[in-house]
Ligand binder design. Structure first.
Ligand code: ACO
Length: 335
């Protein structure tokens, strides 16, 4: 096995807003059924941010949860990266809005746009910044209010998404722990399969953007996901010198249980070694991986020294896979 990098996550936290929307709630205004939603997606309920809550609010709450668990975790943080597809504004970066509210003034801050793959992309960026000696401690946040960019009258997309955030501190960890490898990919030729509008009236392939909301070709994204998760997951394991039997926990992007089951089948990895919480949160885009990781660390499933495989996919089309040896330190490395 390739030696872990000695850079990893030392603190983790997450947040999901209190408002629960169940599958049955959609029956009131959409031509759908709770049974259809659960059987086709595995989702039972998801959380919605309040009308006056946005991505920075989700991010701040996730950092507060992290601080409740690791009280000194922000000491010495010198960079904040927020992975999001739903920034509060085009600029300033949501990272800077969050940083100011958690008392981090003067630190670096930028947003990273890679849709649902964003958190793992941001982890890779953070690892690079620490390895290069540019930063010592990087706060990586995956935060979204996707329910605000989904047409709530469109049954094909409304039922899939929820809001939330996760936050992690990335820094040096003892030798033998931390990130081992990343595989990051994208193919803009698939852009039309999943996008949300901003300024341009068309995509480069000529697709006319005539919706104010997220547009998704569910079947295309499904096909892409069942191919790319095993492919990129295998690539990152090969790169890290790992086999599926080495993986203690698989943490996939939480979009659809059928996609996760298909990946587990391809890997011959039992579902029992997979962290799944989409039944309670739906797809929270860049927040799914840190939300799932945070829950599994908090409830004691993920233990010190365990081998993790994380894989995400999303708009872009984009994908990201990562291997990591979990370090259950106290969140304060030598400052
Ligand atoms: N209730 C009832 N019927 C519905 C609903 C609904 N909520 N939504 C769609 N249908 C209908 C369709 O209209 C279709 O009807 P038709 O056969 O008359 O045309 C039928 O159900 C089957 O539709 P499919 O799209 O084939 O259904 P499928 O089994 O593929 O499930 C789903 C749809 C859940 C969207 C699935 O394709 C999927 O999960 N795709 C991946 C989506 C995804 O992961 N997106 C997030 C990417 S991450 C990011 O970056 C944002």
């Amino acid at each position: 096995m390739q030696q872990p990098s000695g850079i990893g996550i030392t603190a983790i936290g997450a947040y999901a807003p209190p408002k629960v929307v169940t599958n049955a709630d959609y029956e009131q205004h959409l031509e759908t059924s709770a049974e259809w939603i659960e059987s086709r997606t595995g989702i039972r309920e998801r959380r919605y941010a309040a009308d006056d809550e946005f991505t920075s609010d989700m991010g701040v709450r996730a950092v507060q949860d992290l601080l409740g668990r690791y009280p000194q975790a922000l000491e010495g943080v010198d960079m904040v990266i927020c992975a999001t597809a739903t920034p509060d504004a085009s600029f300033p970066a949501t990272a800077t809005l969050i940083a100011a509210q958690i008392g981090l003034h003067g630190v670096g801050g930028f947003d990273l746009s890679a849709a649902c793959s964003g958190f793992l992309y941001a982890c890779a960026a953070a690892q690079g910044l620490v390895a290069a000696g540019i930063n010592r401690r990087v706060l990586v946040i995956g935060a979204e209010v996707f329910t605000k960019i989904v047409d709530q009258t469109d049954r094909a997309t409304a039922i899939l998404f929820g809001d939330g955030a996760g936050a992690a501190v990335i820094e040096q960890v003892p030798q033998g722990y931390g990130f081992q490898g990343f595989v990051l990919g994208s193919d803009g030729a698939g852009a039309a399969s999943l996008y949300a509008p901003c300024l341009a009236p068309k995509l480069p392939d000529g697709t006319v953007i005539d919706s104010r909301y997220t547009v998704m070709n569910g079947r295309e994204v499904f096909k892409f996901a069942v191919r790319i998760i095993p492919e990129s997951g295998q690539q990152v394991m090969d790169k890290s010198g790992l086999k599926v039997s080495d993986i203690d926990w698989f943490i996939p992007h939480q979009a659809n249980i059928r996609i996760i089951e298909s990946a587990c089948e391809r890997f011959r990895l039992p579902l029992e070694r997979t962290i799944v919480n989409l039944d309670r949160y739906g797809n929270t885009s860049a927040a799914t991986v840190p939300l799932a990781l945070s829950e599994a660390v908090a409830d004691g499933r993920i233990q010190d020294g365990q081998q993790l495989l994380m894989v995400a996919f999303g708009g872009g089309l984009s994908w990201a896979a990562c291997t990591m040896k979990w370090y259950a330190g106290n969140g304060v490395q030598d400052l």
